[in-house]
Design a protein around this ligand. Sequence first.
Ligand SMILES: Cc1cc2nc3c(=O)[nH]c(=O)nc-3n(C[C@H](O)[C@H](O)[C@H](O)COP(=O)(O)O)c2cc1C
Length: 220
Amino acid sequence: MTELEALKNRHSVRSYLNKPIEEEKVALLNEKVAEINDKTGLHIQLLINEPKCFAVNDVDYGVFKNCTNYFTMVGPKGMDEEVGYYGQMLVLYAQQLGLNTCWAKSSFKKSGVTFEQNPGEKLYIVIALGYGETQGHERKTKSMEALSNCTESSPQWFKDGMEAAMLAPTAINQQRFYLSEKDGVVTAKAKFSILTHMDLGIVKYNFEIGAGKENFKWAE
Ligand SMILES: Cc1cc2nc3c(=O)[nH]c(=O)nc-3n(C[C@H](O)[C@H](O)[C@H](O)COP(=O)(O)O)c2cc1C
């Protein structure tokens, strides 16, 4: 499965099977985490067979079932966009390995999360991981016109990038972002709301896969 296929097939999954993730897959995921941490200074950790994080049912939003594996997205303060970008890299890699995922900001109790945290770091969010009961389902999206300045005459790579951006997970499916293109340069803006900078990192990761990084530049 290519990364683009993973992106198109992926939906949030909150109910999981009692099926362990194979050791080889855990090793591959840990390699990816180490690569990202080395490159970015993030302190992401993969927790396997840790039932306490999602063992709650008095959360504000989104109840999870049987989820015992997750990434803790830990890192220095001020890295919301990077957490989104590299978290989505992990989400799509997991999908390529045949696993399902769901980002989770408020569906767990922090006291149940096992993670290491160095001075100056914080736990941004977790990403649930495992074999889903289902593959999830398609959801509504805002229109391309509402999310970008894309028109009939826009370059094909921008249209393809926007198709991928519209499939990016965002908190409560809010899609509070706007992408505009001019002369091969794309500007990505987060609108005002919760978690929109993390969302924007996720959107930018998806956009790059759809558009092809070689076809455009991000505005500074
Ligand atoms: C930053 C972020 C935080 C999220 N927090 C939660 C959460 O606390 N609980 C939950 O059930 N889903 C959470 N989600 C999942 C979104 O509801 C989901 O991604 C969105 O509805 C789009 O659906 P999709 O992922 O299937 O495309 C979160 C997603 C993102 C990107």
